[in-house]
Design a binder for this molecule. Sequence first.
Ligand SMILES: Nc1nc2c(c(=O)[nH]1)N[C@H]1C(S)=C(S)[C@@H](COP(=O)(O)O)O[C@H]1N2
Ligand SMILES: [Mo]
Length: 185
Amino acid sequence: MPRLPPNQRLTTDFPVLHFGKVPEFDSNTWDFQAGGLVENPLRLTYDEFLALEKTVDISDFHCVTGWSRFENKWEGVRFSDLAKRVRPKSNARFATIEADGGYTTSMPLSELMEPDVILAYAFEGKPLAPIHGGPLRLVVPKKYAYKSAKWVRRVVFTEEQELGFWEQRGYSDSADPWKEERYSY
Ligand SMILES: Nc1nc2c(c(=O)[nH]1)N[C@H]1C(S)=C(S)[C@@H](COP(=O)(O)O)O[C@H]1N2
Ligand SMILES: [Mo]
């Protein structure tokens, strides 16, 4: 199986792509929340987030506009470890990821529980740069990168699917680069 998904081209630099402007980060006021359909909602400061069980994962990154970047080393917290802590209720089937600036994305829990899905605060051994989503971004290697929301502040567990920012604007909700699911039509 080839490593580059169909109609992608490899890049070795790290393009920056987002809608709107990079949010200000103040570690004294920043918080992370997880709620919705969970038994144990939580709110964490930046330092408390850094103190959670840490995972390092190396993965490839595929933007729907056609570039891919191999072998990215992310450090952070596995989504599945976070879920263990908040204990989703039995009717929770999806989660909506909310970012500073209003960006959202959503996925079925079954996909978010994959071991390579990480809420990342470091990249290549350094704190994640603000332009790449610092202090905290989601990384979902098996999906086009619009699922990898930058500047994540909140995860909301839901029963029904909520369409995210790009997904409401014609991009595929399933977003599988290997099936080339770019658009929703
Ligand atoms: N908050 C937020 N996250 C976002 C986006 C955005 O517009 N806002 N764009 C997505 C898209 S389309 C891509 S390709 C990646 C780009 O990540 P990078 O700028 O670190 O390369 O961020 C994703 N996460
Ligand atoms: Mo993208």
